[in-house]
Design a protein around this ligand. Structure first.
Ligand code: PLP
Ligand code: COI
Length: 340
């Protein structure tokens, strides 16, 4: 294993030995393979540079309690990336090949998969972008698919300590139906808002639905789950948020493993103010991060059950989710896939 201070890793980029590359030209993907070259060389007028024709994914590999290396539900990332690609007029990378490329990338960088118990994991970043020159507003017709990986620790500074977030007046996604895909342009549009939130002392933005600013959507990098005072899990239903793999997983964990009632529906800040006991941000990077305070235009919504540490229900969800990922708890068929 590499000589890295695993327990003190933040969420940053550390270059590893190998990455996967495949190119698309003349209507087909080439056979693809691993390379040591971390540099991408592009024409100045490449579609990705001019019109931001790029989508990405995020998933992790884990070292389990018994020393195996596993990935978690990569099929869902493969499908979501194909959906994202189609929306930006790019050829999807075939889903079976996506999974194979993930496995090859992890296996080739096995020395970078953090040890069990360090709190760190190996984050994989598949991405796809237009490479040939375009100057009129139109899609490219040559593309590159790549996957690199980097060992990471907690996404939010302070590890498991609850964070403060603020209701944002900026919109993350335009009300034109791109918020549900993982396109670089959505994240570019959130950079100003995240810098502004940090300057004001908040870790993230709570975005509301862009059309009416009435319903809670998500943050810049994670979906919401709320635990009501009567113990239900409520999570926003919206066509303009990213369909989080972690959220879909937690809904199953809550219902099937913890016997909770789960509701996917619209939810307002007023309901959070009166009926919610715990709030968490869920995502591959965020895992399940507790929110202690939501600042809403001069007033604060405090979530006492999760202000000093993660609330009790979020803690159970977190323990079950990570228990499955790290091999302590048996997951449903097909969720955990071993890297050989
Ligand atoms: N929402 C946004 C905007 C994200 O960037 C992410 C991260 O991928 C998520 C939600 C969580 O999705 P997942 O659980 O699939 O990582
Ligand atoms: C993820 O959780 O994979 C994300 O993409 C969130 C953020 C790092 C962009």
């Amino acid at each position: 294993m590499k000589d890295i201070d695993w327990s003190n890793l933040g969420f940053g980029y550390i270059q590893t030995d190998k990455r996967y590359v495949s190119n698309y030209k003349d209507g087909q993907w080439d056979e693809g393979g691993l390379t040591g070259d971390a540099t991408v060389c592009l024409n100045e007028s490449a579609g990705v540079l001019q019109y931001a024709q790029t989508v990405f994914e995020g998933l992790k590999a884990y070292r389990t309690v018994d020393g195996r290396i596993v990935t978690f539900r990569p099929d869902l990332n493969a499908t979501r990336m194909a959906d994202s690609a189609r929306r930006l007029v790019m050829p999807p990378f075939p889903e079976e090949r996506f999974i194979d490329a993930v496995m090859q990338t992890v296996a080739a960088n096995a020395d970078y998969v953090p040890p069990y118990g360090s709190g760190a994991s190996l984050y994989l970043r598949p991405f796809l972008f237009g490479t040939n020159a375009v100057i009129g507003v139109k899609p490219a017709d040559e593309f590159q698919f790549r996957i690199f990986c980097t060992p990471v620790g907690p996404y939010f500074k302070g590890g498991a300590k609850p964070i403060s977030i603020r209701v944002s007046d900026f919109d993350r996604a335009a009300p034109n139906g791109t918020g549900h895909i993982k396109a670089g342009l959505n994240y570019a549009m959130s950079l100003y808002a995240i810098e502004d939130a940090h300057k004001q002392g908040f870790s993230e933005n709570l975005y509301r639905d862009p059309a009416t600013h009435t319903y809670i959507e998500e943050t810049g990098g994670a979906n919401f789950i709320f635990i009501t005072k009567d113990g239900k899990l409520v999570t926003p239903k919206s066509t303009s948020i990213l369909p989080s793999v972690t959220r879909r997983t937690l809904m199953v964990v809550a219902e099937k493993y913890l016997g909770m009632q789960v509701e996917e529906r619209r939810i307002t800040l007023d309901e959070v103010r009166s009926d919610v006991a715990e709030c968490g941000l869920c995502g591959t990077a965020a895992v399940l991060s507790p929110v202690g305070r939501i600042h809403d235009h001069g007033t604060d919504i405090m979530l006492p059950a999760g202000m000093e540490k993660m609330g009790p229900v979020c803690q159970k969800l977190y323990d079950t989710l990570t228990g499955i990922q790290y091999g302590l708890i048996e997951g449903p068929e097909g969720w955990v896939r071993e890297v050989k």
